[in-house]
Write a protein that binds this ligand. Sequence first.
Ligand SMILES: [Zn+2]
Length: 94
Amino acid sequence: MSRYKNGNPKRQSRFICLQCLQENKLAQGIQRKSQRKKFHIKDLTCLNCDGKICKCIEVRYCDSFDEVMDKAKELSKMYYSRENINKENNRKVG
Ligand SMILES: [Zn+2]
């Protein structure tokens, strides 16, 4: 009997979409054999962005989600400076 269907969740990376700044739930099951560098950016499909391919930043199991979220906000301005103004205004983050 296994408690976790996707392996050990403590070792799984999560991803934050740089366009909508929400966690990319599609990417949750991704597991890596080798450790990537911190703040690794990957192109992933994001359901929050109508299934578009978005730049997503990796939150490794050893990283603080909040820290990566801060970085994501910074990078979001670089990658998606003008494209996502509507959603940003609706959500007044931080
Ligand atoms: Zn997104």
